[in-house]
Design a protein around this ligand. Structure first.
Ligand SMILES: *[C@@H]1O[C@H](CO)[C@@H](O)[C@H](O)[C@H]1NC(C)=O
Ligand SMILES: *[C@@H]1O[C@H](CO)[C@@H](O)[C@H](O)[C@H]1NC(C)=O
Ligand SMILES: *[C@@H]1O[C@H](CO)[C@@H](O)[C@H](O)[C@H]1NC(C)=O
Length: 380
């Protein structure tokens, strides 16, 4: 009986192998045919710069092909023009260690990743659009995220102090200033046992992200991961004392708001004086030197608010709680900041900047501080 069984399975295996090899031959013939058809069809749209990444024969690439067909669709879906997109692919491959897989070329991997960041679409939707399995989308997302994290040294900016001959009306008052610094909340999804620590004063579940930017709105340093209930000043204390610390060269400083202490390297406005941009915009004139200082301070420090504004306009994933665990989300936040810098470096005009003036970061309450500042050397 047992022998018979073995012989039978052996025969079955033989049959299957025979059937498979016929199928394989047919499959090869058919795919060669498809390949031929597709390359004929894509000749018209052949562009040399895309050649390196093309698996144009692959029918599943239909959606990527459509996105990468012109600047408009590329900007609206991936937030950068074609030139920028291919440059990013190149950087991720050569510096970030991103590798193509047998079926998914680098450009498609990057497109999947950017599409998720920009529009915060669910894995299911991406599966449908790109015609890939959920597992494959998820693997791709993490691969590209890792590769982007490798670009930190290339994409974070090294700040330069405002020179003495600066003519920019916002910055010329702040010689040796490096830029501005502030915190922003980004909503996250955490388990209910730790929710309380992530609850902000407004009741959102969020992480408190410290961002530091240059006068031309590029990030110098970003620290993500502190719970929403933690005060800004504590996050800053951590930032300047950790291994990869925010460093402020001697004699240089960043502008900070009154939530931080005025100290070496960080210049805060005078307390107990008017300090809010909207008031100056409404035509209110400063009545003393401290108010005048605060006015200039508020105007210049506003770059960091605009930077955060742009970041959230650009990347939908930062506007609502993500489906990703908090640890991943913190890396996503860093990746968004790096890509923000990248876009501002490679594109002549930031495509999102025109939307910034309509964007309300949901603050704007008067920022009048009522306590009196203890005067110290730095204040002077
Ligand atoms: C895309 O935009 C860039 C920069 O504006 C331009 O140089 C390039 O020719 C455009 N490419 C296409 C395909 O429209
Ligand atoms: C400021 O001075 C530096 C050299 O000291 C010069 O290279 C730069 O062009 C000057 N900038 C302006 C705006 O005059
Ligand atoms: C938040 O995370 C939990 C698991 O920790 C998950 O079950 C839930 O679906 C997530 N919420 C959203 C909106 O993705």
């Amino acid at each position: 009986m047992a022998r018979l069984g073995i012989r039978r399975t052996a025969e079955r295996r033989k049959k299957i192998v025979a059937a498979l090899s016929v199928f394989l031959e047919m499959y090869t013939a058919v795919s060669a045919f498809i390949l031929l058809m597709a390359s004929a069809a894509s000749l018209n749209s052949y562009r040399p710069s895309t050649r390196r990444y093309s698996l144009e024969s692959y029918p599943k690439r239909e959606y990527v092909r459509r996105i990468l067909n012109n600047n408009e669709s590329c900007i609206s879906l991936l937030r950068m023009n074609l030139q920028g997109f291919y440059k990013l692919c190149e950087m991720l491959e050569s510096l970030g260690g991103l590798k193509p897989t047998r079926n998914i070329a680098i450009d498609e991997q990057v497109a999947i990743f950017l599409h998720i960041l920009a529009h915060h679409v669910k894995n299911r939707v991406i599966q449908y659009n790109f015609r890939r399995s959920g597992e494959s989308i998820s693997r791709t997302f993490h691969k590209v995220l890792n590769a982007i994290m490798h670009l930190q040294g290339h994409l974070f900016r090294t700040p330069e102090p405002v020179p003495t001959n600066c003519t920019d009306n916002r910055w010329k008052w702040f010689k040796n200033c490096l830029g501005a610094l502030d915190g922003t909340f980004i909503k996250v999804n955490v388990s209910s046992s730790v929710k309380i620590r992530y609850r902000t004063r407004k009741g959102d579940i969020a992480t408190n992200v410290l961002g530091v930017c240059t006068p031309d709105m590029q990030f110098v340093y970003v620290l993500s991961g502190w719970e929403g209930s933690v005060a800004d000043s504590r996050v800053l204390r951590d930032a300047i004392s950790r291994t990869h610390a925010l460093k402020v060269p001697h004699g240089c400083y960043y502008l900070v708001d009154a939530g931080y202490t005025n100290c070496e390297g960080f210049l805060a406005p005078f307390r107990g004086q008017r300090y809010h941009l909207n008031e100056w915009r409404q035509g209110y004139q400063p009545t003393n030197p401290q108010e005048f200082f605060n006015m200039k301070h508020a105007v210049a420090r506003n770059v960091i608010e605009r930077c955060f504004g742009l970041l959230k306009i650009r990347w939908g994933i930062l506007r609502s709680p993500s489906y990703y665990p908090i640890k991943t989300h913190n890396r996503i936040i860093i990746a968004c900041c790096l890509l923000h810098n990248f876009i501002r470096q490679v594109m002549q005009f930031d495509p999102m900047e025109s939307e910034l003036d309509e964007f309300d970061p949901a603050e704007g309450e008067m920022n009048l501080i009522n306590t009196v500042d203890p005067s110290d050397a730095w204040t002077n």
